[in-house]
Design a protein around this ligand. Sequence first.
Ligand SMILES: NC(=O)c1ccc[n+]([C@@H]2O[C@H](COP(=O)([O-])OP(=O)(O)OC[C@H]3O[C@@H](n4cnc5c(N)ncnc54)[C@H](OP(=O)(O)O)[C@@H]3O)[C@@H](O)[C@H]2O)c1
Length: 335
Amino acid sequence: MGKIRQITLARRPVGIPQADDFRLIESERPVPGEGEFLVAMRVGSVDPAIRGFLDDRPSYVDPVAIGEPIKGMSLGEVVESRHDNYPVGTFVRAFAHWSDHYVLAGDAWGLEKVHPHPGTELHHYMGALGPVGLTAWVGLFAVGEAKPGETVVISAAAGATGSTVGQIAKASGCKVIGLVGSPEKAQVIRDLGYDAAIDYRATPDIAAEVAKAAPEGIDVYFDNVGGETLEALLPLMRLHGRVAVCGMIGQYNDADHPHGVKTLWQLVVNRIKMQGFITYDYPDVLERAQNELDTWVEDGELKPLANVREGFEKLPEAFIDLMSGTTIGKTLVRI
Ligand SMILES: NC(=O)c1ccc[n+]([C@@H]2O[C@H](COP(=O)([O-])OP(=O)(O)OC[C@H]3O[C@@H](n4cnc5c(N)ncnc54)[C@H](OP(=O)(O)O)[C@@H]3O)[C@@H](O)[C@H]2O)c1
């Protein structure tokens, strides 16, 4: 039998999450039933969406109850199996929870086998070579319909998704402008090859700065933050522009007081398509997306950007840093 470690929700966060919102506990090691398998977590994914699961409000995932483990994506190795397709030693990615061991069934949400290449660090399969890359690809191409020669603007451009979107947009022949929250992040995206980097905290007028960098207007706005930034950029969209709404992290820490976007009329003026998406709603394109991501990484056109901590117990700390806006690239914890 033995014990496992879990990180549970001790109380609902108010604003930016705090260490006391989480609790590290020991539980009995679960036993897989027929058709199930036990997975040892190897890489925990730290995602902004988790902030939404911690509030007691309806979302696309039920809220985490007080005392329950935090829900999230993770990559692990099968260590005990009663499922023929998932023998011991298989690496799998799935929506699970913050437990160093967890039981999955064959129909678990987001369940995929992972085939790590020798020489590629495992954590990248939870980043640019995994859900992050797929989100970037789906948002940019399936939703944003980006084409070579078009102008793409990305918010949270040095973050996990943003840094991937920018690089694959450049690799596809787009002009790319990134919005970031610090001079350090601006340098990071310049080094990744973005055509322009704008530190939105250092300018009183985001729209004026973006208009200077993109006098031709915006074809695709890849929105990670929502709020004031979305409001400022809608009037800069070109005729038939597309807004791929990936997320609205700017609103997550204070979801009771969302910013009212006052420029929505621009959707009509410029016949803009604005669409929210969840990556795994696009199963038909995921294989193509994965192949292209693999190729871009092999060719050096996509450099996976990640900040990685060691140790299961570091999950809350990594999440707090993510939700404080201080991280660069994909936030991960290796176990
Ligand atoms: N639709 C999907 O399937 C899907 C999948 C994955 C992620 N997402 C969404 O994509 C967005 C980016 O997620 P990610 O995983 O790539 O994370 P990330 O970009 O690494 O997230 C952190 C960054 O968000 C920016 N940010 C802006 N306002 C913030 C605020 N009020 N508090 C904290 N950070 C803020 C910060 O960058 P700056 O300092 O540069 O602003 C921060 O470094 C999120 O909205 C997320 O929910 C959606």
